[in-house]
Ligand binder design. Structure first.
Ligand SMILES: CC(C)(COP(=O)(O)OP(=O)(O)OC[C@H]1O[C@@H](n2cnc3c(N)ncnc32)[C@H](O)[C@@H]1OP(=O)(O)O)[C@@H](O)C(=O)NCCC(=O)NCCS
Length: 217
């Protein structure tokens, strides 16, 4: 079992996983057959996700196949929301209860702390006991209720709004307003190459290394 960032080459397996979980649970937002994305489109999406500080898509691989996925994703180009992401998670039914969900939650929390994200939001159906327990295990709290958020076969279901506040030390300020304690250099390089944008260090030491690296790539 390997949990890692998704790669473009996972596109086919990721789509298979997404289509499979849609048949295995009512707790996700998509019905069977609603995922109308080609492998090529999915590859492009993955490349775009991997370049964004506000998106981190991770997968769990078993025997070369994607069996679980977890995304945190925020609103690009909106400074006032540049500290927030929304989380979504799914595990193939055969692998429930084996610790994969927990491992992915830990990875996402680490990612957010390292990338200036100080709040994770999510919505979960109020009858999804396993998921609510998983989120509470990592400190998420129920913040409110979204009444009649979901309709399945003409029956309405409510969602809880849940959120986790993270503590971030200020050492580096991104051009999009994010403030960062530790930097994901891999993403910085990718994003720099993709957008040719600059980030503004406020810590002299970090800034020195940063400038040195920026001028060498
Ligand atoms: C919810 C889900 C992501 C959990 O993933 P998982 O890999 O089974 O989770 P884990 O094995 O790491 O268990 C994590 C915690 O979830 C809770 N949990 C898991 N299965 C449970 C069950 N059957 N009953 C009660 N709590 C359960 C427990 O708190 C558990 O922690 P613990 O083992 O330390 O007690 C998975 O069941 C899933 O994909 N469900 C369908 C899709 C879904 O509901 N997604 C969330 C939409 S908001």
């Amino acid at each position: 079992m390997l949990v890692r960032e998704v790669k473009a080459s996972d596109a086919k397996s990721l789509l298979k996983h997404a289509n499979q979980v849609a048949t295995e649970t009512i707790f996700l937002g998509r019905e069977v057959g609603e995922l109308d994305v080609s492998i090529e489109e999915e590859e492009k999406l993955i490349t775009r996700w991997n370049e964004s500080r506000l998106t981190n898509f991770i997968v769990c691989i078993v025997d070369g196949n994607v069996v679980a996925s977890c995304i945190v994703s925020g609103r690009e180009g909106r400074k006032r929301f540049s500290h927030i992401v929304t989380l979504g998670i799914s595990v193939n039914k055969d692998f429930w209860g084996k610790g994969i969900g927990s491992k992915m939650m830990e990875e996402q929390i680490k990612y957010c702390q390292a990338n200036a994200i100080s709040k994770i939001n999510l919505e979960v159906m109020t009858n999804n006991t396993s998921a609510i327990k998983l989120y509470q295990k990592y400190g998420f709290e129920i913040e409110g209720t979204n009444i009649n958020a979901i309709r399945i076969d003409n029956k309405f279901y409510d969602n809880y709004y849940m959120g986790l506040i993270l503590w971030i030390k200020k050492t580096l300020v991104f051009s999009d307003g994010g403030v960062c304690e530790r930097v994901s250099w891999k993403k910085l390089f990718r994003r720099h190459r993709a957008n040719n944008r600059r980030y503004y260090p406020i810590n002299f030491f970090t800034g020195g290394i940063y400038k040195l690296l920026m001028y060498t790539i």
